[in-house]
Ligand binder design. Structure first.
Ligand SMILES: Nc1nc2c(ncn2[C@@H]2O[C@H](COP(=O)(O)OP(=O)(O)OP(=O)(O)O)[C@@H](O)[C@H]2O)c(=O)[nH]1
Ligand code: SF4
Ligand code: SF4
Length: 318
């Protein structure tokens, strides 16, 4: 048995400090690029007790960050209860589409949520409806949700903008202006679209776009997680998430995923190495965590050829 210090370090020297927990596969939208956290789509959902047990165990071994995701995590009415059942952590956040955020922001903050990321690819209602298969009016709900989250202190609120060729690639400056208009409470997060659902057809040269932003930056920071860079451009902060074929991103991946139905998932893009702990005895959790860490490998390496083959065989066209 490993000691508590190295239990969550994998054979590539990556120490897991963060859990990314999917609360549900249900969603009130249906986006054209949805990756559903790379999950197979089970309808089962973990109970508050299981979530609390696994986070408590992981926290004993150094995990200090939890990110909740979905599907859409706010469709779970017991999200506040889940938050109240967590141990003390450094950073608890959620990624949401924001449609239901307005009515929950204050209660989530009171229950212990630190901050929120909100998906917002466009400020145009018609494009919004096209991307999400929702209603144009949903865009207003999201904007109200963002404002309420700021009022409730769920800051900084990150605005997740997935770059989509032919749809929103010319909206980066509008988004930067939107962020500037909220006086330091917002950060723009630009995300390269991945090869899920219709994603591939909207892919563009994200590296080139990032280089252009870099040239405009007054200041550049780099995060430990994924070595992601963020740029300050005329007072607006923009972080770039560019995972595809990015060996550096995977070499600095320090998060372990948990699927909505309670499986440890070492990598977003791999589904044949999951470990089920939904029916396990909490006493066995450390051993299961360790087993999952043993299965972690960086998905993208320096060999692009290998990556493409793996992608086809492992995730298919999901
Ligand atoms: N391939 C890959 N993509 C990721 C990973 N983490 C995040 N992403 C991408 O980044 C998108 C946005 O992530 P968010 O859920 O907003 O959270 P985050 O930016 O990772 O976390 P914070 O910056 O700490 O809030 C996801 O939908 C993915 O497309 C990862 O570990 N691997
Ligand atoms: S809001 Fe998120 S989970 Fe829902 S369909 Fe869009 S990308 Fe998928
Ligand atoms: S190994 Fe790479 S692709 Fe897999 S979850 Fe980590 S960063 Fe994402």
């Amino acid at each position: 048995m490993k000691t508590s210090n190295d239990l969550l370090t994998d054979k590539f020297g990556r120490t897991v400090r963060s859990l990314r927990i999917s609360l549900t596969n249900r969603c009130n939208l249906d986006c054209i690029y949805c990756h559903s956290e790379g999950d197979e789509g089970s309808r089962n959902e973990m109970t508050v007790g299981i979530i609390s047990d696994i986070v408590t165990t992981a926290a004993k071994f150094g995990v200090n960050k939890v990110k909740f995701s979905g599907g859409e995590p706010l469709v779970r009415k017991d999200f506040e209860e889940i938050l109240r059942a967590l141990p003390e952590l450094k950073d608890v956040s959620v990624t949401t589409n924001g449609v239901l955020l307005k009515d929950r922001a204050y209660s989530l903050k009171e229950a212990g949520l630190d901050r929120v990321n909100v998906s917002l690819d466009t400020l145009d209602p018609e494009k919004y409806a096209y991307i999400t298969h929702g209603r144009p009016e949903n865009l207003n709900d999201v904007l109200e949700g963002i404002n309420t989250a700021i009022d409730a202190g769920l800051t900084p609120v990150k605005i997740n903008m997935v770059l989509l060729k032919g749809i929103n690639e010319n909206e980066i400056d509008d988004m930067l202006e939107f962020v500037r208009g909220h006086k330091g409470d917002l950060v723009l997060q630009i995300i390269q679209v991945m090869d899920f659902r219709d994603g591939a057809q909207y892919n563009l040269d994200a590296e080139e776009i990032e280089k252009k932003l870099e040239r405009r930056a007054d200041e550049i920071k780099m995060r430990k997680m994924h070595h992601r860079k963020s740029y300050i451009i005329d007072g607006a902060e923009v972080e770039f998430v560019r995972p595809i074929d990015n060996a550096e991103f995977c070499a600095n991946c320090n998060r372990l995923r948990i699927t909505a139905d309670g499986k440890l998932k070492p990598c977003l893009l791999v589904n044949d190495n999951l470990i089920d702990f939904s029916n396990a005895d909490p006493e066995d959790f450390p051993e299961l965590l360790r087993a999952s860490i043993e299965r972690r490998i960086p998905f993208y390496t320096d060999s692009k050829e290998r990556t493409i083959i793996e992608k086809r065989t492992i995730i298919g066209d999901k």
